[in-house]
Each structure stands twice: as C-alpha cells, then as structure tokens.
Design a protein around this ligand. Structure first.
Ligand SMILES: *Cc1c(COP(=O)(O)O)cnc(C)c1O
Length: 384
C-alpha cells in the first residue's frame, strides 16, 4: 500500500469509529442571509444557534465600513503585523477595545482561539500550575497544554474545589487560574469575585475568556488579564487580550500566534471598529438579546439565563441529533452539541438568542420544543 492509501485507510477507520458513536461531524453549507435567517439545503430556517448575538454581522453600516477599509488598505494585510501588516486600523481597534473594557491596553489576534493559545504560554511555563474550570473552552485547554505548566481542572464554578487543589498541591511556581465569564455551552456565569479572592489568597493570576459576555452582558470583572473575541456579539472576526500595558507589549514579542501569523484583513478591522461604535452607543442591543433568551427560558420552564444562551441538556447524542432534526422540520436551525465539545453524557441543544429575533418566532420555537421533548419522553417511556 502506498502511504497515500495508508493515510486514506487510517482516516476512513477513524471516521467509521466516530460514525458508530454518533460523533462524526458533518459540514453543511449554511447561507446566512440575515441575522437569524439561514438557508440550508434549499430550506429557509430561523437560526437559534448563531453567536451573532446582536445581529451585527448583517448590519449595513458594519458591512459598508468593512468594504471601505478593504478599498483603502486592500483585501489582505500582506504580512504579519511585525513586518508590514500593521494597518493603522489595528491600533485604533486596540484602543477602542481597551477603552470599552476599561482596561489599560489591548492586543489583537487573528481569532479568539489564537489569542488564548498565544497568551497562556506567555503567562505560564514548565514548573507553574494552571488551574482551570473543567468546562473551559477547548482553546483554554490547548493554551494550557502548550505552556508546559502542570494542569489541574477544578469542578465547574466550584471555588472551594479550586482552593482545595491549591492547598493540596502547594505549588512552588506561579499559579494561573483560567475561566470563562459566560460559559459557552451552559450560559452560566463564573463566580469572578470569589475566584479573584482565591487568586489573591494564593498569589495567583486570574485570566478570563469573555467570548460570550462582551456586548451582551456587562460583567464586573476583576481579572487583570481578559481575553475576548470579535467573532461573536461583535459579528466580525478576530480575538483580543486586555491587560497591563507591559504584558500587551510582551505579547507582540512573545505570543507565537501573534508573531508568526498574518495581520487581520483590513476589511475585518474596519467592520469591527464600526460594530464596536454601535455597541458602545446602544445599551439596548445586549438587553434585547438577553430579554429574548429569558422569554424562551421562561416558556420552556428553564432557569433564567444571565446572558443569551439557553442549554437544553438531552444526554444521549442520538436523541440530541433527533431533536435537532425535528426542529428543522418545523423551520428552526438548532445544531446538536455533542462530546467532546460538552462532557460525555450531556449532549444538548444550545439555543442562542439575538437582539434581532422576533418574539413570535421565539414563542413558536418554545412551543415546538415543548411538544417535541414531551413526545420523545413519552416514546422513551413507552419503550421502557
Ligand atoms: C468561540 C470561543 C473562542 C474562540 O473564539 P474565535 O474568535 O471564534 O476563535 C474562545 N473561547 C470561547 C469560550 C469561545 O466560545
């Protein structure tokens, strides 16, 4: 067998294994024509699974600002920012982000994923300890692994467990605590005040991932290092880290995912600047997204969500996929979320809400969800 055939057979076997476990993922062209409106396989669906919480990806001013920036500065950055890719919009955007987050300085990255995997290894290294919430996003885990530090996961939002780990481990090196502000798959908030106290008690550093908070919910965040993304409520693309000015300077010299990659395309920078202007001037956008999520949660009898994410944990992957398919029959796009994105046995539908969703659509979604879940429970009961 040639190595080409070997690789092909190797990948095929892995795919078959994933398929058997209902864990194979499929790409599906989705034509998003407006916030919340998507076309899939020729059908018009109302999406309740985007992270475009404020509908800014389709805002006409955001699009126009991106087009204008591309016309002026080009379609691509041409090089990394340290070579010739430092389009002036980068600095403007960094200043705007820092001001909006009330932080001294910000550094842009190509994406939120790149921000985390670049920054964590600058803050921690072999001999240090990284303590992270077990439900933290994959890129926080990946950044922790790249750092070479020892890694211990604490139970979700369990500050006592984190303290117990620190008392048992008595680390000699530095300690970095990582968590999210709004958890991406559960929609709940981290106990940032208590984590900050814990960090002070042990001389640890706290870093937060605000991917699902920024623009949606104002959070009193004491963390000295705050990461976020421009790809969710901001409706564009890119990531950032805010922190002390010397750290932000250091990232430009030492964060590998900053140094060795091309600057963001000028069009994206122009769009993001405009989107931030809009967010800065309209408190009501985030409020509307949260109110929509609350409305849905109330209708299906779920606890009130602090941000705009409402999870419905199903458990089994196959059932989650079936429910997602049933919703699609009714005109709703809600992708099933399966392990390893969420822990084993907690496959779910993750409903997200945008400022643009219509109340009538939310109400119909809630009624379809309730009917479908009840039918499924009855059929499970009948089989048992
Ligand atoms: C989406 C997400 C990221 C990655 O951000 P991108 O800009 O999409 O790369 C990081 N952290 C969390 C919690 C996220 O949900």
């Amino acid at each position: 067998m040639s190595s080409f055939d070997e690789i092909s057979a190797f990948a095929k076997a892995r795919l078959d294994d994933l398929e058997a476990k209902n864990l194979r993922r499929q790409l599906r062209p989705t034509d998003r024509r407006a916030s919340g409106e998507s076309w899939c396989d020729g059908a018009r669906l109302i999406s309740f699974c985007d992270n475009d919480y404020l509908g800014l990806s389709h805002d006409k001013d955001v699009i126009a600002a991106g087009a204008a920036a591309a016309r002026t500065y080009g379609a691509g950055a041409g090089a990394s920012r340290l070579v010739t890719g430092d389009c002036p919009l980068n600095t403007q955007l960094e200043e705007k982000i820092a001001a909006m987050k009330s932080m001294p300085a910000a550094r842009l990255f190509g994406a939120g994923y790149l921000a985390n995997i670049g920054t964590i290894p600058v803050l921690a290294r072999a001999g240090d300890l990284i303590l992270l919430d077990e439900l933290s996003h994959s890129c926080l885990h990946a950044g922790a692994q790249l750092s070479g530090a020892d890694i211990v996961r604490f139970r979700h939002n369990d500050v006592d467990h984190a303290r117990q780990i620190l008392l048992e481990q008595r680390p000699e090196g530095g300690i970095l605590i990582l968590t999210e502000t709004v958890f991406s798959m559960d929609g709940d908030l981290a106990p940032l005040g208590a984590l900050d106290e814990l960090a002070r008690e042990f001389g640890a550093w706290l870093m937060t991932d605000d991917a699902h908070g920024f623009g949606v919910v104002k959070i009193d965040n004491p963390a000295p290092v705050q990461m976020g993304t421009l790809s969710k409520a901001v409706g564009c693309y890119g990531g950032y880290v805010c922190g002390p000015k010397p750290l932000i300077d250091l990232l430009a010299s030492r964060a590998r995912s900053f140094v060795y990659t091309t600057g963001l395309p000028p069009g994206v920078l122009g769009s993001a600047l405009q989107a931030l202007e809009i967010i800065d001037k309209n408190d009501t956008l985030g409020e509307r997204a949260r109110a929509n999520a609350k409305r849905f949660a109330e209708l299906i009898g779920a606890p009130p969500p602090p941000a705009s994410i409402v999870p419905l944990v199903i458990g089994d992957e196959q059932n989650a996929l079936a429910l997602s398919n049933q919703l699609e029959q009714e005109g709703f796009l809600v992708t099933a979320i399966r392990p390893p994105t969420v822990p084993e046995g907690t496959a779910r539908l993750r409903f997200t809400f945008s400022a643009d969703h219509r109340e009538s659509d939310i109400d119909r979604l809630a009624s379809v969800v309730q009917t479908t879940v009840n039918e499924n429970q009855n059929s499970v009961a009948a089989r048992a």
